[in-house]
Design a protein around this ligand. Structure first.
Ligand code: CO
Length: 301
């Protein structure tokens, strides 16, 4: 080997040695850094929101049960509805959007976040959070892992369980077999609206007098009304099939205005009983969301 070759070889070896030293230094620094800074995962509960004070009982129940399941975990809230957030802000209550809540958690040094969608179906809002949460997970120097948990109705099993729980928990005990039970879902322009038609099919299979209608989708209220009239139904129980008994339950369903579901069915000669309770007031339904959250928390670690 000539001296020029030897010099070259020495130079390369020296460079490699320096590089390894550099990498090693960086790794051990990162170890120290993460050992000091790594926080436990945080939970972000995301719902549409409500400005109806009495509906807050649903959210309080969710928080109580989530905190019972994760007593040492930081639990935050975010509302997806900008209209509700603006309304509440005017009344002096500031609630974050999911993106603002994630930014805050990132700023406070949380590196793992479980986002629980407290929506009923994987509709437009769920998909929006899913996309934006993923982007937070991709930012450098911020949250390492953010996972979004599924909403309530995402499978045959969850649809059937939700219907069964409503029949057991929400329907008044005095209901007779030929009294109808109508569940009021929200409905949406999003393709996931089809879940409500699937629910109607399952409801009818479960109990011939159990129906599902929606405010903004399909099946519509008119679809349900037609079925009730055709069947010569005498008495009907109206129950919200939503996370909270908010504006839709109080006004569109149980309101005294002539266009409410209650008034329109009374006009057809039916005796109408309204149940003004949100689904999240029932522990067994909240536990369905918590079951989704548990799966997500397990994937975060
Ligand atoms: Co609405």
């Amino acid at each position: 080997m000539c001296s020029v070759q030897m010099k070259k070889k020495f130079l390369i070896l020296t460079l490699v040695a320096f590089l390894f030293a550099g990498i090693h230094a960086e790794v051990s620094q990162a170890d120290v850094h993460s050992a000091k800074m790594e926080k436990d995962p945080a939970i972000l509960l995301v719902t549409f929101g409500t400005s109806v004070e009495s509906a807050q009982v649903s959210f309080r129940n969710i928080e109580k049960r989530v905190k019972a399941a994760y007593p040492k975990t930081e639990v935050r809230w975010a509302y997806t509805s900008k209209i509700i957030r603006k309304k509440l802000e005017k009344l002096g209550t500031k609630i974050d959007s999911p993106e603002m809540a994630l930014a805050r958690l990132m700023d406070e040094g949380y590196t793992k976040v479980a986002v629980q969608s407290l929506h009923m179906i994987p509709g437009a809002e769920f998909h929006e959070i899913n996309v934006n949460a993923r982007l937070f997970g991709q930012m450098a120097g911020g949250i390492d892992k953010v996972l979004v948990s599924l909403p309530l109705l995402v499978s045959n099993e969850t649809m059937e369980k939700a219907l069964k729980e409503v029949m057991v928990q929400a329907v008044p005990k005095e209901r007779k077999a030929n009294d109808a039970v109508v569940l009021m879902g929200h409905g949406t322009h999003h393709p996931s609206d089809a879940i409500y038609s699937a629910l109607m099919y399952k409801a009818q299979k479960m109990d011939a007098n159990l129906y599902v209608g929606t405010v903004e989708g399909s099946p519509s209220f008119d679809d349900v009304k037609e079925m009730l009239v055709k069947k010569k139904t005498k008495k009907v129980y109206l129950i919200p099939f939503m996370t909270v008994a908010g504006d839709h339950a109080m006004n569109d369903m149980a309101g005294d205005e002539p266009d409410s579901w209650k008034s329109q069915l009374a006009k057809e000669g039916l005796e109408v009983v309204t149940v003004k309770k949100g689904l999240a007031e029932f522990d067994s339904i909240v536990d369905m969301w918590i079951a989704q959250l548990k799966t997500t928390m397990a994937h975060l670690n």
